[in-house]
Design a protein around this ligand. Sequence first.
Ligand code: UDP
Length: 453
Amino acid sequence: MEEPKRRGVRLVLFPCPLQGHINPMLQLASILYSMGFSITMIHTHFNSPNSSNYTHFTFIPIPDGLSISDVSQHSVSEVVALLSQLNINCAVPFQDCLLRLLSSGEAETLPCLISDAMMHFTQDIADSLKLPRLVLRTSSVESFLSFAAAVSISRQKSYLPISDSQLEIPVTGVPPLLIKGINTHDQEIVYQLLRNMVDKVKASSGLIWNTFDHLEQSALATLAQEFPIPVFTIGPFHKIFTASSSSLLSQDQSCITWLDTQPPNSVIYVSFGSIVGMDEAEFMEMAWGLANSKCPFLWVVRSGLVRSSERVEPSWPDGFLEMVKGKGCIVKWAPQQDVLAHPAVGGFWTHNGWNSTLESICEGVPMLCSPNFGDQMTNARIVSHGWKVGLQLENKLERGEIERNIRRLMVEKEGKEMRERVASLKEKAEACVKKGGSSYESLEDLIARILSF
Ligand code: UDP
């Protein structure tokens, strides 16, 4: 890449230290670097990004105060507890670090902070230092609106839990997601995190999204009404910069060689991202559902995917590995974007993390949706019921239902129609980042905003 002309302006970025948040923040940093800004990335020790892949950035680690027991992320409550902990533990080190940067006497100006929406504590610190804060929200606009609506419903009562009668209340979306879809057992801590996230987004100087206008038109119109702050829809980020270099786990390239041997559109790629876990019974259903579908598959079974008190690696059902020999390829972590771009891949069985959803759309791959928690619930509904580029598994994982739905997606007419619809979204995604496209123009607006501070 040709070295862009430097602007003498340094941007400070702070990601939330989870894979699905680190990827888009590093992609954003790369985009802004290519626009002539210098980049400083403040980050936690926990899940620290691989700085050797970004020698042109400055990385500053800060203490996060986490212990080994704080960092397990197998359930929604553990993830929420981790994020809540980080919002407390990082405040003082982050403030000290920003203060040092602001008073370092560097020639470059430091106009603003860009931080992940989930790291909401940074708003008060930015305010106290009179530094504008731009927020990066790493999921869909639709899911943010459903969180905001759920938060607002939770506020109508002065206390939690939300009562059973409120579970059927629709939160925004087409078709509506019901509040029970995003409701969880540990309500107070979840709603506290979401409340803070939403409130501090409202108080920010602008909101950056890894999405594009065509994809989320009506949600963006609602957002403009409810959040009267500048909004920059500059995604899909990875269409400008790939995420591979920000992977925290090493990606097994051997699966690409295996895909090379498979016919076009024949393989279902299966991955539930970096956090979702399942019990052994669910894993068993998944395995037999895949085997019985008779479709070739590439399955990411990362360490810790199967929750078991005894071991980190799963134990395979008897006879399974023999049955799928040659038909299935299993890896611990894949180069996902390359996999989705491979002509052999015809479907993606996903948990609908936003990065996975967007990556699938950008490669024109229809989805089988198995959302687990949080934004995945909304993302799956817009994929299946809104854009109609996927099927949602509505019930508990069960081998018969899995087999049926894999075949609907991979070999039946329905799947073909979804493939056609998602191909059209792929075209839109490619057009929007080109000169004159909506994301291209929004990026220009973002640069103007940064330079106006
Ligand atoms: N990913 C990957 N290899 C894999 C599975 C996932 O590189 O085997 C990447 C994927 O491309 C995406 C990210 O990890 O960018 C997962 O983010 P997502 O928001 O989909 O899910 P999360 O991990 O946050 O639940």
